[in-house]
Design a protein around this ligand. Structure first.
Ligand SMILES: [Mn+2]
Length: 474
């Protein structure tokens, strides 16, 4: 792990932000409405509560930031703001703090060119990677830390995992590692090094988790019978008493056997040049929240982030916020109901796509018309059906934004192996979306775009063409 410190300039900005908050009484927090943003908002809100600072909070999507009225003495933006003209309508008396890790449209000198008080804290201004080294929640935590609230560090870990910051190396690195260290030191988080990279560590029966493992089609993929047979072969018991065992029940020896077997299986299934990357697909560090009960989805960072995402996808950020601020009773029941409905909804949608045979395959891409799917789950769906299509090509879903807005939301997901090949779909999609009058961007293996509906064919043709020679079909 690369040891890292907060750069001096950035630290100075944090000290200034602390002063600004101490000197403000009327505060508004805008945060992004995804897991990272909701985590960021909950850290800031808890911090302001403790400081006895009245504040309003609002979770918004990126497109809601245009023509924003700045009405409060201090406005804080978290996990968004760097890419938007959020201070267009600021008064000279307004104070603005931005804590964002997305590509900034302003430089560090911007604050000297305007009348209002403006403090933008963005890792990219300081040569720090914003995709893998710090999240919006992490940036918010580092501010809370200035007030001494290191107990909130675990939420910074959740934010990073929810933002997939550990997705390439299987570890939290850069500033994320400082945040993780705080959480470990405080006794809130346990790191399980090189755990198996299976989803559902606490709550999913292991044989089910195995059937969902990997984008590359294996004998166990979508096949619980084969998964059960594999466990039997390796001498891994399926149950303890009546209860199905989950990954969190396995001994290190059992995990080791499973690791070797999965590496072997995957290595056989992928072209030679990918074999060296296979262990990275099978093992990754995992993070347990020690204050949460065992065998609940709250205990594992990755499962917890699904719960927060389910809230945001059903426009119930309020519930996620209460949970993160520690107000559990009713909110937890509500969240569990939402999570259940969310999972049913995903399963039904996937079933429909399969049944109607909606996946269209071209030379270098595959896509489906997700007509009727809500825009905020089309990416999740694309990721989930990747293993049913061809993992060598990206899977793209599209859907109309809503009844009034005919434009299309497009979401792309692909196997990490393509990223190891050096393909960055976020950058590719940004360019192509722009060329057809839309906009887009994102991570190398998970990204999206908004485009005019009549440009759909042009978009897919361009993308297919652009990938010629990059996608290797054997
Ligand atoms: Mn984020």
């Amino acid at each position: 792990m690369k040891a890292m410190e907060i750069p001096k300039e950035m630290d100075k900005a944090y000290k200034n932000a602390k002063k600004t908050i101490e000197n403000s009484e009327d505060i508004k927090v805008y945060s992004h409405n995804d897991c990272d943003g909701i985590s960021a908002g909950s850290i800031l809100s808890t911090m302001l509560d403790r400081l006895n600072k009245d504040h309003e909070k609002e979770f918004v999507s990126l497109d809601k930031l245009e023509n924003l009225e700045i009405e409060h003495e201090l406005t804080i933006f978290s996990d968004l703001g760097s890419g938007q003209e959020v201070d267009e309508f600021a008064k000279s008396s307004s104070k603005i703090i931005i804590l964002d890790h997305h590509p900034p449209i302003r430089d560090l000198n911007y604050k000297y060119k305007i009348l209002h008080d403006f403090n933008e804290i963005n890792p990219l201004h300081h040569g720090i990677d914003g995709s893998y080294h710090v999240s919006g929640g992490g940036l918010s935590y580092l501010l809370a830390k200035k007030f001494g609230y290191t107990d909130l560090s675990w939420i910074g870990v959740l934010a990073a995992v929810g933002d997939m910051q550990n997705s390439m190396t299987g570890k939290l690195e850069g500033l994320n590692s400082i945040i993780l260290q705080d959480a470990v030191n405080e006794g809130h988080v346990k790191v399980i090094n090189d755990d198996l990279s299976l989803y559902g560590r606490q709550t999913r029966p292991l044989f089910v988790a195995l059937s969902y493992f990997s984008d590359v089609k294996l004998p166990i993929t979508n096949n619980t019978t084969e998964a059960i047979a594999l466990m039997k072969d390796l001498g891994i018991e399926r149950k303890t008493g009546d209860a199905s065992r989950t990954l969190s029940d396995l001994t290190d020896i059992e995990k080791g056997k499973l690791f070797s077997e999965l590496v072997k299986m995957l290595s056989k299934a992928v072209p030679n040049r990918y074999v060296k990357h296979v262990p990275k697909l099978v093992a990754a560090d995992s993070y347990e929240f020690l204050d949460e009960e065992n065998k609940t989805f709250l205990r594992d960072a990755s499962e917890f982030s699904t719960g927060i995402n389910a809230c945001s996808r059903n426009n119930r950020e309020d519930i996620a916020l209460e949970i993160l601020k520690g107000n559990r009773n009713e909110s937890l029941d509500e969240l569990e109901a939402i999570l259940m409905e969310h999972k049913t909804n995903l399963a039904q949608t996937i079933h429909k796509i399969e049944e109607k045979d909606l996946i269209v395959e071209k030379e270098n891409i595959q896509y489906f018309d997700g007509f009727g799917i809500k825009t905020n789950i089309v990416g999740t769906i694309a990721g989930m059906i990747l293993s049913q299509g061809n993992w060598r090509k990206p899977m793209i879903g599209f859907t109309q934004i809503d009844e009034e807005n005919q434009n299309l939301k497009i979401s792309l997901r692909c196997s990490k192996l393509l990223a190891y090949d050096g393909i960055h779909f976020g950058n590719i999609i940004r360019k192509i979306a722009k060329s057809v009058g839309g906009n887009g961007g994102g991570h190398s293996v998970a990204c999206g775009a908004y485009i005019p509906s009549d440009k759909k064919d042009e978009f897919f043709n361009n993308l297919n063409q652009q990938l010629d020679g990059l996608i290797v079909n054997s």
